[in-house]
Design a protein around this ligand. Sequence first.
Ligand code: KG4
Ligand code: ZN
Length: 419
Amino acid sequence: MCAIRVRVVWVRFPAARLNNMIILAIETSCDETGISFINAEQARNGWKVEVKANELLSQIKTHAQYGGVFPMLAKREHAKNLIPLLKNALAKANLIYKEIGANLNTREISRILEREPDLFKLFMEYIPTINSPKIDAITVTYGPGLEPALWVGINFAKALSSAWNIPIIPANHMEGHIISALLTQDEFSKSTFQVSKPAFPALALLISGGHTELILMEEWGRYRMIGRTRDDAVGEAFDKVARILGLPYPGGPEISRLADLWRENSRFSAYMKDNHELLKLPRPMINSDDFDFSFSGLKTAVLYKIKKIPAPSKEIVSAIAVEFENAATEVLVAKARKAIEHFNVRTLIISGGVSANNFIRKSFAELGVEMDVAVLIPPPALATDNAIMIALAGMAEGLGMSRHPDEIRAVGNEELGDQ
Ligand code: KG4
Ligand code: ZN
């Protein structure tokens, strides 16, 4: 879980684009190190995207002992993993055609990687031994995320940009989550996708470890935040509730697994009915007059409940997991329903790590049918952090948005509006 907050009103102006781009994407905003290569081609209503390589290394095990993500540890792990992942990705994408080195400006690279000595060492051992790959852009997450973690990725992108003379496009992590919901897989090839522009207005509900936001997209590239959590993000609540229930880190998938299992149990309905009063949790802000959320009280309610039960059985823990999922989902659905009505929304996008949750996916699919709105949710593997989503955000930005490397900086908190 990455505790990060953003206040977003990002407006991007149309930029000059290449019709066809090969993009290297780098993701290091939290506890996943991701490297991908995509080939993006402009199509009639969007893009055709071929994923040439997608490497992802999770640091979950490293952080598990601390029960949360430690920024400096995340930074160290990213620094260790970036070169090996790049090496694999280049090979898989077939981008190494000759084993001759690029002509590097070592002094500049050592300046760029001044604060990343481990990465510098690995970089200098490998990059001078290979050719510059034929790619059009490097895209890297600039935020939101954990600043030390973001900086490793950004500095790595800058060093590669210097070594290979390739422009950098800064990518917004949240935009990546949104666009990854617009992918549909080609029926003939597992690695080829279509990215279609949704029917507007579209509403994106971003639910992750650091975010719970409702973003209105009235047109392509225009985002307006209409609601957000006032305290914990929903993924953060999943993780904290899991910890309270004594479940392993990261808690979201674990709560989801337990709750799914319990719902399938033959005694489930009767047990939930008989213990209704004991289990009942609040639905914070469900009727509030805005599109905001609050999940910290829900987490505290679980804490009080569990404290009153000496030696809770597996059944009670599973039943609380279900009731917690019900409560969180009901609030999310209620706020989305209200926003759909208010803004005449035609497409509902659900994305971010928590959208991997089965019960949440099912509940939003039902809402879509009820309200006659198209519901787009990325496949679970693309719902959590990865580098394909960053490549897609870079693709949407286009080369017209590439920046001078010195202008790119990590944005950890609350300042994405100016980007
Ligand atoms: O988007 P993401 O991978 O990283 C951030 O940007 O935060 O989201 C991670 C969050 C974690 O809080 C994790 O517990 C939650 O997503 N998560 C889930 C599930 N899978 C991941 N929460 C509920 N159910 C899941 N199946
Ligand atoms: Zn994320």
